[in-house]
Write a protein that binds this ligand. Structure first.
Ligand code: GLN
Length: 484
């Protein structure tokens, strides 16, 4: 059962070929067996999960069930789940039980899905390797000495190891696409504003966006149908109709104009990854697409711009963790300042502190113009480059990451090399565009991803392009050894 896609499972449940209870038990048993080694889940619910599964079976029997009735899924631990610990990968929130559900949690619940548990992640979603988590690193199921990517590394490892048929994620600067690529999965970060951020713990609010990690584009379309749409509780949520993303998956690709940024093929790109991109592009040509080179002249500014904007917003967002209202509180503070400094000092890990300090610095009176204001200007240039490119192409394609998964510990001592793993991802968030990663082959036995970037709200076209690629290839069907 666990080797099927989400779409296949939803169909089998509707047809009553399988029950949600047996399916859920299968996943819970696999989690029990494999999670101690992978560390993909930080919370597994078991009894409440089984109760939800039985309730779903009852609704399925009556024939009044939603699109995802009885389908088990996992949530990244950045999404608030009522009555369930929501840690965001941090000691700061190790004792936090959310009093309400995040918007996408509510939506997925309403559609009938069953919550398996909460997945591990980089602390406050800051990282590219899932090594900054308070709960320890997640292992990549393809090679347990390597990282699964981050920050949605637990979600990616869980789905890749078939411990869940799909999981949610968030992407501020690559955190859905990069782990999806490094674990052989499909991951989509929708347009900024497409999916509500309500109940999603904020990192950098102008960049954060919720999405999903799945086996196929078809699965992603099914989930996006459920989670996309207006929500008045997020002031940046867009009030635009949500198309049926599954209905347009077969839209022919003939005449599709694909732009490939010359700047993506720089010295930092692994030769094997570059070759895999070319092989993927040749499949698109076969499907009738026209591939042309384009330029994103300010591409090299995206990582430095991101590492000013994201920490600036993080330093402000994370000021709410003060030891007073919720989260970690130090023992016997002598006064208010002691309460703040010790609670924060003890509750946050090293990477989070680095971001808060960088962010505070770039926003400080003396350096605001030189850093923060400058970054806002370069952000506008980066966005303009994309808009210019979309005047002559429909989609942009390239690698999701410069290399396959790296070794655990390999980049932890040098934050800048870690940051560079998201070099192809950061610009998409700065521009607010949608981005998707699909498995496009293996390099040295490790999966690598093709990134598909769309124009604003053009998720349907991206998903159709990914779906038709997946009908021509079987990269998304490979299962890591030991997890078959
Ligand atoms: N790796 C990037 C960072 O550490 C992106 C993280 C994310 O998308 N949440 O900021």
């Amino acid at each position: 059962m666990y080797t099927h896609t989400l779409t296949e499972l939803a169909r089998a449940l509707k047809a009553r070929k399988i029950s949600s209870e047996e399916l859920t038990c299968t996943y819970l048993a696999r989690i029990e067996r494999f999670n101690p080694e992978l560390n993909a889940f930080v919370t597994v619910l078991r009894e409440p999960t089984l109760a939800e599964a039985r309730a779903a079976d009852a609704r399925l029997a009556k024939g009044d069930a939603g699109a995802l009735a009885g389908v088990p899924i996992a949530h990244k631990d950045i999404f608030c789940t009522a009555g369930v610990k929501t840690s965001c990968g941090s000691k700061m929130l190790d004792n936090f039980v959310a009093p309400y559900d995040a918007h996408i949690v509510t939506r997925l619940k309403q559609a009938g899905s069953v919550l398996l548990g909460k997945t591990n992640m980089d602390e406050f979603a800051m990282g590219s390797s899932n090594e900054t988590s308070y709960y320890g690193p997640v292992k990549n199921p393809w090679d347990r000495t390597r990282v699964p990517g981050g920050s949605s590394g637990g979600s990616a490892a869980a789905v890749a190891a078939r411990l869940a048929p799909a999981a949610t994620g968030t992407d501020t600067g690559g955190s859905i696409r990069q782990p999806a690529a490094l674990t052989g999965l499909t991951g989509i970060k929708p347009t900024y504003g497409r999916v509500s951020r309500y109940g999603m713990i904020a990192f950098a609010s102008s960049l954060d966006q919720a999405g999903v990690i799945t086996y196929t584009a078809e699965d992603a379309a099914l989930l996006l149908n459920v989670i996309a749409g207006f929500d008045a509780r997020d002031s940046t949520s867009m009030d635009r109709p949500v198309p049926d993303y599954t209905a347009t998956l077969q839209q022919p690709l003939k005449g599709l104009r694909i732009g490939v940024p010359a700047e993506f093929f720089d010295a930092g790109l692994d030769a094997g990854v570059g070759q895999a991109v070319q092989a993927a592009l040749s499949i698109y040509k076969k499907l009738g697409a026209r591939v042309q080179e384009i330029s994103l002249p300010n591409f090299s500014l995206s990582v430095p711009t991101y590492y000013v904007v994201a920490p600036a917003e993080a330093s402000s967002n994370l000021s709410r963790f003060d030891g007073v209202r919720y989260g970690h509180r130090c023992e016997s503070p002598v006064d208010l300042m002691d309460l703040y400094t010790r609670s924060r000092g003890e509750g946050f890990g090293a990477e989070v502190k680095r971001r808060i300090m960088t962010g505070t610095y770039v926003l400080s009176a003396g350096y605001y113009d030189a850093y923060y204001l400058k970054a806002q200007k370069t952000r506008a240039l980066i966005r303009r480059d994309f808009l210019e490119a979309f005047r002559s192409v429909d989609l942009i394609m390239g690698p999701t990451t410069p290399t396959p998964a790296f070794k655990l510990g390999e980049k932890t001592e040098d934050p800048v090399t870690m940051y560079l793993n998201d070099i192809y991802a950061n610009g998409v968030n700065l521009a607010g565009l949608p981005g998707l990663s699909v498995p496009m082959g293996f390099v040295d036995g490790l999966p690598v991803g093709l990134q598909i970037i769309g124009n604003y709200f053009d998720e349907a076209r991206m998903l159709a392009a990914a779906h038709q690629y997946q009908r021509e290839t079987d990269w998304h069907r490979h299962i890591p050894k030991g997890f078959e």
